[in-house]
Design a protein around this ligand. Structure first.
Ligand SMILES: [Zn+2]
Length: 414
């Protein structure tokens, strides 16, 4: 039986969101956490964007040495041959790629404005897919942007051509969040049945249905005999009203009525990472988690009204669908309320050594030279993020200084 897999796009759709962004170290931590969480793939960035190149290479190196494994790291580019060529010039080690082109008449007329026809779109996509294959890409997803506003027969034609030219998956993009669960189920099922390709569901939340649409689309793909790859972002951060929230998708797949019996979540998804990854993304993006966020919101397990409080005290299942422990919540969290020593871009060795020595697993430096080297990297990381580094970032830099140096190198390329 085909399954649902998670393909997180926080490091691509999340970071391209207006007003929001992440440092390269923060993006790297997200890949590390997604890996620990058992997510199938992270769409980790833009290989044609020059300031991404060192970060992409450094993360592929982390994959190579087993730090980010088995998570797949996939790039995102436009489905045009010149982007494919630039990709493999910049990041020759890249193994997984999604190539994207608009397919709807709205985009063909409104965006390309007569410069491209439907058949040009397919031709461009085929040429890009051929080029990616020629560069030895191991897995290739082909994205139909604005698929939900595209006539489904044309999408089938597009998908079949993609498959013939080496696509492993077809990404159905509900770019504007236009679908409802019934329409996306039908389209995903038709595409799965008629193209024979696994279907990716990329859903936006403009009408508040991103999670429901993703799950319904995945059901359609699976009922059509193919695996489904649900695109998620942490805390739902993404263009405009955002994308399907990673944690809510896992909860919906596992806990919603009659779902888990028939539609299985593939891989080894570890929900107990939820609290940690949601909190980190919130801190890194500088966007608070809404109080009513599924699973990880401050009120997700809070009860005040008489009937609810009484009910949950008698038996939590009266008013809770799942336990907070499952999401990695419930441990007391330490907040310094007295004197605090911080380390950062203007910090010195004494404060830095103090901070590193107070980590849950203290990091000590026998040689002063080594401590100075790590401190210098911590300073640069703080320059990039403009907020105190979290413990895991400090430990990462101390453990992988060579990789951290690459992540922090942002010299414009020639
Ligand atoms: Zn998107």
């Amino acid at each position: 039986m085909p399954k649902m897999y998670l393909l997180d796009v926080t490091n691509r759709d999340g970071v391209q969101t207006a007003r929001l962004g992440l440092s390269k170290l923060e993006k790297t931590m997200i890949n590390i956490y997604l890996n620990e969480m058992g997510v199938f793939q992270s769409e980790f960035g833009f290989p044609t964007t020059r300031h991404e190149v060192n970060y992409l290479k450094a993360n592929l190196e982390l994959a190579e040495i087993g730090v980010i494994k088995p998570l797949r790291l996939g790039g995102w580019i436009r489905a045009i041959s010149t982007d494919v060529e630039a990709t493999f010039r910049n990041v020759p080690q890249l193994q997984h790629l999604n190539i994207s082109i608009s397919t709807s008449d709205q985009m063909i007329e409104g965006k390309f404005q007569g410069r491209k026809t439907r058949s040009d779109i397919i031709k461009d996509m085929m040429a890009a897919a051929d080029a990616a294959r020629a560069h030895g890409v191991k897995s290739l997803g082909v994205n139909a942007e604005d698929a939900s506003r595209t006539d489904v027969d044309y999408l089938v034609e597009f998908g079949l051509a993609a498959r013939e030219h080496g696509a492993d998956r077809l990404r159905y993009c509900d770019t504007l969040g236009y679908d409802n669960p019934f329409t996306i189920y039908k389209n995903a099922r038709t595409l799965a049945e008629k193209t024979g390709l696994p279907i990716e569901l990329h859903c936006h939340n403009d009408l508040g249905m991103a999670v429901a649409n993703s799950i319904a689309g995945a059901m359609g793909a699976i009922d059509g005999g193919q695996d489904a790859y649900i695109n998620t972002t942490i805390n739902g951060i993404g263009e405009r009203a955002g994308n399907a929230d990673l944690i809510a998708i896992i909860l919906a797949a596992r806990k919603s009525k009659e779902t888990a019996e028939k539609y299985k979540l593939g891989g080894n998804v570890n929900l107990s990472m939820a609290w940690k990854i949601a909190k980190f993304a919130s801190y890194a993006f500088g966007v608070p988690i809404p109080i009513n966020q599924p699973g990880v919101g401050a009120n997700a397990f809070a009860h005040e009204s008489g009937i609810h409080a009484d009910g949950v005290l008698k038996d939590p299942e009266n008013y809770e669908l799942y336990d907070y422990e499952e999401l990695g919540r419930g441990d007391p969290e330490f907040v310094e309320s007295g004197r605090e020593i911080c380390t950062g871009e203007y910090g010195g060795i004494s404060g830095f050594s103090h901070v590193m020595g107070k980590l849950p697993v203290p990091v000590k430096f026998p040689e002063r030279e080594k401590a100075n080297e790590i401190l210098e990297l911590v300073r640069y990381a703080n320059v990039a993020s403009q907020k105190p580094l979290v413990e895991d970032e400090l430990v990462f830099i101390a453990k992988y200084p060579g990789i951290a140096r690459k992540l922090l190198t942002l010299t414009p390329l020639a």
